[in-house]
Design a protein around this ligand. Sequence first.
Ligand SMILES: NC(=O)c1ccc[n+]([C@@H]2O[C@H](COP(=O)([O-])OP(=O)(O)OC[C@H]3O[C@@H](n4cnc5c(N)ncnc54)[C@H](O)[C@@H]3O)[C@@H](O)[C@H]2O)c1
Ligand SMILES: [Zn+2]
Length: 356
Amino acid sequence: VESLRVSSRFGDYEVVAERGALTRLGQLLDEHGVQRPRSVVSNTTVGPLWAERIAHALGTPLVELADGEDHKRWPEVERLIARWLEDNLHRESLVAAVGGGVLTDTTGFAASIYLRGIPWVAVPTTLLAMVDASVGGKTGINLEQGKNLIGTFWPPRLVVIDVETLTTLPERELLAGAVEVVKTAWIGDQELLGAIPSSPEVLDPGAWHEAVMRCVTVKARVVEEDELEGGRRAALNLGHTLGHALEAATGYRRFLHGEAVAWGLLAAARLGRRHGMLGDDGFARLTAAVRGLGAPPSITDLAAEELEPHIGRDKKKDDAGVRWVLPTDDGVAVDQRVETSEALEVFRELQAEGAG
Ligand SMILES: NC(=O)c1ccc[n+]([C@@H]2O[C@H](COP(=O)([O-])OP(=O)(O)OC[C@H]3O[C@@H](n4cnc5c(N)ncnc54)[C@H](O)[C@@H]3O)[C@@H](O)[C@H]2O)c1
Ligand SMILES: [Zn+2]
């Protein structure tokens, strides 16, 4: 067992990582003084694979939400809350969320508003949810107008990570999650770059155990410093300015989030080098780490003009440019102004270079 305590103004919580943890979840909850859940929430994909077993072992009712980012919306929250009412969950009842970031964000959000807030436990089952979504206490859902526009800070009582669940995760999802591992390593633990599994070990869940805990450690440190996102937490957006623009410009259909962030990291590396913050050696290390995860879907057919309106849309932006997070040789610099014309120039360079 490995565990890490995260302090939060909303209540401290522990992140526990153990292979096979899901086969003894009840015991683990007891060990950490957390009550048994009154509802296990999952989705129609992860339910049959993992959550049904958990619910059965705990003797707890299982709720399966619809799968996919398109369902991270009000209707699923209302459906879930209606079910909790039907099952007589009261103010002190605890719920467990078993799934990827979509499911844990939705369930955590519902838990934060049901009867003004009930406790929950997060059991992330994707690499991305383990290294990113599970720590930091953010919950939320999407609106027609954009992603994560409604949300709360409502940390779980406990996060339980079992890398065994990665055995059923599609390889594409695994590699996309690994991009966030590279991002996190660059921000706060560059030695981890050498410990990131490359193929064929990427498919061996055991190979991820250490990387996951080290990412959780970095993210916990960053969010503890800046829980409500005033400054330091922005570091976690490395690679996300172009990444978000690519996702939006392609209607969230072409890229998995991590794949868009892969392009975003390659762009940020170029911008960091141009701005004299990242040396040739650092540039080579960051680029190799991203490329080592395989080629993300192509960007060659995208016109830079299609991208432009989406760059920095979710951020501070003035006439001349957007504030980017740029990589330095040993971390990141936040709040770096980059003119959008320069960002587009770098985008064209990446297109010319192709995926290889
Ligand atoms: N709260 C936060 O701080 C935070 C941080 C980062 C991302 N997020 C959110 O996370 C979401 C993305 O999460 P994601 O990448 O995990 O995507 P996801 O939740 O959509 O999961 C990807 C797919 O894999 C399936 N899946 C999950 N676990 C599986 C398993 N073990 N085996 C087989 N299939 C499995 C899911 O059902 C889904 O179809 C986004 O909505 C994003 O906004 C939140
Ligand atoms: Zn991300």
